[in-house]
Design a protein around this ligand. Structure first.
Ligand SMILES: [Zn+2]
Length: 439
């Protein structure tokens, strides 16, 4: 064999055996929708009227959705808070003879909030707070003190406004339903805003289930996905019950791949090694706008952060209020960074993350076409937030058509260090997709 011919054969066989670029057809579900660097959920607690009349219009003008955790018992037409159990008079007279201990604490702490005065409601809240701090003996003693006042008839209605029960809060179910239709999430913050950890089982379940039932009745299933137990509780017993009623809780999530940094924690998102970090921050009155903006900037420096803002008061109403100008400046700051940030409801971010973790993508590369199919273990009726897919394509494709259920659209070709790719959104549970080389 002549050397030149041998060389030619060698070159030909090398060409034939060159494996296709392994990246071609490689498809991943991006960490956040829209292939953004991070996510932000803006959440509000307690159904304070100014959240809806001041903060919400600012968000609407910028096209940002919010999550509003409302106290359903405050809304006209829904089931009110109540004590479920034995005859209250029987329980009250027992308190004269039997001291509060762990066998009767939950029942007494459940009842005291419904004995008719705001001072008694405050006893419930304070006893619950002590209990959650592990000051159990103090909690028992406070309940004894409260019932002594009830028996003596000295418990009063105080003038002090209880922040979660302002008479100004007059939002109707019709309004909430309209807000939900606009893309906001209206969700549960229980019926009466109790210290759930201090309630007995039947009253605890009523607060969770009745609130959910009213949200379902007056708005729809989209309002029954996520919830927030009052006072940011992370009490084990409460979490166990609450997770049987709601698929997601802002208090705490069940996922082991999600780091949760609560509002009081000094841990920074960069300190976590988990796949996702949910970073909760409370823009309370003393936190200035520079600090608030720095949280957004931090999200932009990572690729796995989900900043969850917890807002209470707005202007002159509610706990630790923020002013209108501060909110305008803050939300506008986020809007300006929207190319890199996905601002979405707590519900939708939760769904996206779970969908991404539960979905398998398979791709098959053929001549001029890449066929893709998705399979997931989640119910697509509930988990319906569109997933963003990123598929690498051959370098010589100059245009790409995406075809699904007979419909076609062209995709923009992008480039990163691994090659040419297209990105597109697919609804979970939808039919197979093909990417075709354009002509
Ligand atoms: Zn609250």
């Amino acid at each position: 064999m002549k050397p030149a011919f041998a060389l030619l054969l060698l070159a030909l066989s090398a060409l034939a055996c060159t494996p296709a670029d392994p990246m071609i057809g490689h498809t991943e579900i991006t960490k956040f929708q829209g292939n953004k660097k991070g996510a932000i959920s803006i959440t509000y607690d307690d159904g304070i009227i100014n959240q809806l009349t001041i903060a919400k219009p600012i968000m609407d003008s910028l096209g940002l959705p919010g999550t509003f955790y409302i106290i359903t018992g405050k809304v006209e037409g829904s089931c009110k808070g109540k004590f479920i159990g034995r005859d209250p008079q029987e329980i009250i007279s027992e308190t004269a003879k039997i001291k509060t201990d762990s066998s009767n604490f939950f029942e007494r702490a459940s009842l005291i909030a419904f004995t008719g005065t705001s001072e008694a409601e405050d006893y419930h809240a304070r006893a619950g707070s002590l209990f959650e701090q592990g000051k159990v003996a103090e909690a028992h003693a406070l309940i004894d003190e409260g019932y002594a006042k009830i028996r003596q008839g000295t418990m009063k209605d105080t003038d002090e406004v209880v922040f979660h029960n302002n008479v100004e809060d007059t939002t109707t179910w019709e309004q909430y339903k309209a807000y939900s239709a606009q893309g906001h999430e209206i969700a549960s913050h229980t019926v009466t805003h109790p210290r759930l950890a201090a309630l007995d089982e039947v009253n605890l379940m009523y607060e969770l289930e009745q609130s959910k039932a009213d949200l379902l009745k007056f708005i729809g299933p989209e309002s029954t996905f996520s919830a927030e137990g009052p006072y940011g509780t992370e009490n084990e017993r409460v979490m166990e019950y609450a997770h049987t009623v709601y698929p997601a809780l802002r208090n705490r999530m069940p996922e082991d791949w999600l780091e949760e940094i609560n509002r009081g924690s000094k841990m920074t998102p960069g300190q976590s090694t988990k796949e996702y970090v949910q970073w909760q921050r409370g823009p309370v009155t003393r936190i200035d706008i520079h600090q608030m903006k720095a949280w957004v900037d931090t999200v932009m420096t990572h690729d796995n952060n989900w900043l969850v803002l917890v807002i209470h008061g707005v202007e002159n109403l509610g706990w630790e209020p923020k002013t209108r100008p501060e909110l305008v400046e803050y939300f506008s700051y986020m809007k300006a960074k929207e190319a890199d940030l996905w601002v979405a409801t707590f519900r939708d971010v939760t769904k996206y993350l779970r969908e991404r973790k539960a979905t398998q993508v398979s791709s098959k590369v053929e001549k001029d076409v890449i066929n893709l199919s998705l399979s997931s273990t989640l119910d697509p009726g509930v988990y319906s937030v569109p997933l963003t897919l990123k598929t690498y394509i051959p370098a010589d494709w100059t245009s790409v058509q995406l075809t699904q259920t007979g419909k076609s659209r062209s995709l923009e070709i992008q480039q990163d260090e691994l090659g040419a790719f297209v990105s597109y959104e697919i609804k979970p549970g939808s039919e197979a997709v093909s990417l075709n080389r354009g002509s």
